[in-house]
Every structure is written in C-alpha cells, then in structure tokens.
Design a protein around this ligand. Structure first.
Ligand code: NAI
Ligand code: MG
Length: 387
C-alpha cells in the first residue's frame, strides 16, 4: 500500500475498503513513497519501500507529487542541500528498478456514465459508442527512458556526427543544444507484443493496433512494426492494424469503438491512453497496471491533484483507484472478485444517483458538495452497497 501524496492518500484507503468488502483477504502493508520523503530523506522511493516490493511482489499505488528541478532543490531539507541529491519520479524509478515494462491501461465505457463520449449520427441525433480498448504502453524504454543531455559532452556529439542527419546541427554551439534519444530493444518489444496478443486472445479482441510513426521514426517504430508482423502470424484470428500516433488521435474521436488492443512505445502509449481515457470518463475512471516478470504495481493514472488534497469532505472520484485494485485481483487470478466489483461500479454508474463532481461536469472545489456532488466516501459506500 503506497498511498503517496495528495489525493493518493484519499483514494487508496477507499480501494482497500472495497477489497475488504468483496472478501479479498490480505495483509495490507504500508510503504512510504513521495514528496515528503524527497524533502526529508532526499529519496522519494526509500530503500525500505523497494525492499517491501521485493518481498511482497504486489503494490497498490495512489499518486505522487513531482515538481520541476528547481522546486525540488528548494524544498529539500537544508541539511541535505548541495550533497548531490537528484529528484526522480518514484513511479518512473519503480518501472526501471523492477523492470515493470508492461503498462496496461484499459479504457472501457460504463453504460450511463454522463462523461461517456457521444457523437452526432447522420440522422440528426446522437449515438454513444461503447468503447472497449486496452492500451499496452511500453513502460521502460522509448523517449521516456530519459537519456538526454543539455550541452552534450564532446564524445556524445562525436557519436552523433557519425549519422548523416547530424549535418544540420553540426555548427550549433554545444551549450545551445539539448538532445533526447529514443531507445527500443527487441527483447522488450517482443515481450509487450506477445503479452498484448495473448491478452487479445484471452479476452476475445479481434484486432491489435501498433500505434507508432514508422514513416518518420524509421528505426525505432520500424523495428517494432517488423516484430509485430512476425508475432501476428501466430495469431491468425486477430487482425494486426497499424496507425500513426497523430492520425490515431484523430480517429479516436471518430470511430473509437473499432479499436481493441493497442500497443505503443512509452510516450506514444502515454498520449494515446490519456486520449482514450477521455472517452470513458477521464481521470476519475482511468486505471492502470505496471507489470514486470516478478513485481506488479497498480495505480490510477491520475496524479495527486494537490488543489483537492485538503478538502474535507473529499470530492475526488475513487473509481480509477478501485478499478486499479480490480486489475490487481485479475493479475493474481481473483477474476470473480474483480468482476463483482466492476459489476457493482456499473450498477452505481447506471443508476446515476451517486455522482462525484467530475461526473456532474461541474467545477471541482469546496463548493462541489453544495452544488450537488457526492463525496469520495459516498461513492465508495454506494459501490460497497451493491456488492
Ligand atoms: P492530476 O491528475 O493530479 O490532476 C489533474 C486534474 O484532474 C485535477 O485537477 C482534477 O481536476 C482531475 N482529477 C485527477 N484525479 C481525479 C479524481 N480521482 N477524481 C476527479 N478528478 C480528478 O494531474 P496534475 O494536476 O497535472 O498533477 C498534479 C501532481 O501530480 C503533479 O505533481 C504531477 O507531477 C503529479 N502526477 C503524478 C502522477 C502519478 O503519481 N502517477 C501522474 C500524473 C501527475
Ligand atoms: Mg500520462
């Protein structure tokens, strides 16, 4: 149990309440993570937390607060300043440390959710397509692997100069230069594609889309596409589609119901999963899993929403965190309990009596409750009452 910062501390206990109500018997072990531990200890992911993850293998994670470099330095305990401590986002660190390379993000509409995507049909009315898309985002490589330089050292520039395209930059003064690299390996690509195809097969999806940009990123996207074509041969019942990330962002509001499983590199997967999440209720509904070969961490995709952390009663939607706990149950084979919870959520959403502020499409804040929104706890209570 890594509640972290801000509303992570609010929503994680709500998910535990639901897990207990559905009869999932477990020992919930608290672990420290987040901004406080950066400020006090110079490490937002203390060793004792990674030790617990090694020991127990399953993590439920709320959210953390990250701040830019200068702010991080400023808020560090004065006794630690100037000693070489550098802030790294603990969720990114966990992905690297435990090789949590599969970021799975289901985006599935609940019937009756007022936040569902609707579009005009050709007959003067509206239609509400049921979206059922699961994004497999590669979580450890790609552009977010973070190999970057400002003012790159001489040997780095030399290495780049072996590439013909460097010509355009060769006269740029190094101090005016920042470089990022996008790294893709065959091993991780094979693993994510195979897992995604297996998932599509298990849950009956008819297509798997590789969402990349091979016409421009010829080497990295190109390699992914080549491997996808190879693996697809083993899954004759699942069509392999390819889309470009930019076009996909357009199509997701045009015909989202056609897409089953989507695989993408780290950054593209980040973008596309937020895009699809917006069609099924947004951050209050967006759950995710970070799955490695040994350890798995389940988290809502939203952050710590600091502007709401002090509100009492709390107004944020606990469903994203609760659905993340469902993914944890599925990961360990407790599919029935997970389904029970998802059915309970579906009933509450369809009934439409209990709605958090986001579901009412009103502004969040201290007035939300007065303006008709239910509290975080009321939403959880409603879900539990349906179990
Ligand atoms: P955010 O996700 O915390 O909030 C964005 C907006 O989404 C909020 O203002 C709120 O209107 C809405 N929202 C988020 N969660 C909600 C919920 N459960 N129910 C209803 N509405 C909800 O993202 P933001 O504001 O960009 O970042 C705040 C902090 O969170 C930053 O420090 C950022 O670095 C961190 N962050 C952490 C993540 C993580 O722990 N995995 C992911 C994203 C951001
Ligand atoms: Mg994101």
């Amino acid at each position: 149990m890594m509640p972290g910062d801000g509303i992570g501390k609010t929503v994680l206990p709500e998910a535990i309440r639901v897990l207990e109500a559905v009869g999932f018997e477990a020992e919930y072990v608290h672990a420290d993570i987040g901004w406080d531990y950066w400020c006090k200890e110079g490490n937002p992911l203390p060793q004792r937390t990674t030790d617990l993850l090694h020991e127990y293998k399953l993590g439920l994670f709320g959210a953390i607060t990250s701040k830019p470099k200068d702010a991080a330095e400023k808020e560090l305990d004065p006794a630690l300043k100037g000693k070489g401590y550098v802030y790294f986002s603990p969720i990114v660190s966990m992905r690297q440390l435990f090789n949590l390379d599969l970021c799975v993000r289901p985006c599935i509409s609940f019937k009756g959710n007022p936040l569902n995507f609707i579009r005009k049909n050709g007959k003067g009315g509206y239609e509400e397509p049921i979206v059922n898309t699961v994004i497999f985002r590669q979580g450890t490589e790609g552009l977010y692997a973070g190999i970057e330089w400002t003012n790159p050292p001489e040997n780095v520039r030399e290495a780049f100069s072996t590439h013909p395209k460097w010509k355009a930059f060769k006269d740029v003064p190094p101090e005016e230069l920042a470089i990022s690299t996008r790294i893709v390996t065959k091993k991780a690509t094979v693993r994510i594609l195979r897992e995604a195809f297996e998932y599509a097969k298990r849950f009956g999806y008819k297509n798997l889309t590789l969402c990349e940009k091979p016409n421009v990123l010829r080497e990295t996207s190109g390699m992914m596409f080549k491997i996808a074509k190879e693996i697809a041969k083993e899954y004759p019942d699942i069509a392999l589609w390819d889309t470009n990330i930019d076009a996909q962002m357009m199509w997701l509001t045009k015909n989202p119901e056609e897409y089953g499983v989507i695989v993408a590199e780290n950054m593209f997967g980040d973008i596309i999963s937020d895009g699809f999440a917006g069609l099924v209720g947004g951050l209050g509904f967006a759950c995710s899993a970070n799955i490695g070969e040994e350890v798995a961490v389940f988290e809502p995709t939203h952050g710590s929403a600091p502007k709401y952390q002090e509100l009492n009663p709390s107004i944020v939607n606990p469903i994203a965190m609760i659905l993340s706990a469902c993914m944890m149950l599925e990961h360990i084979g407790e599919t029935e309990k997970s389904q029970n919870i998802k059915d309970a959520i579906a009933k509450v959403v369809e009934e439409g009596k209990i709605k958090t502020y986001d579901m009412l499409k009103i502004k969040g804040g201290a007035d939300s409750i007065k303006n008709g929104a239910n509290t975080t706890q009321e939403m959880t209570d409603a879900i539990i009452s349906k179990l």
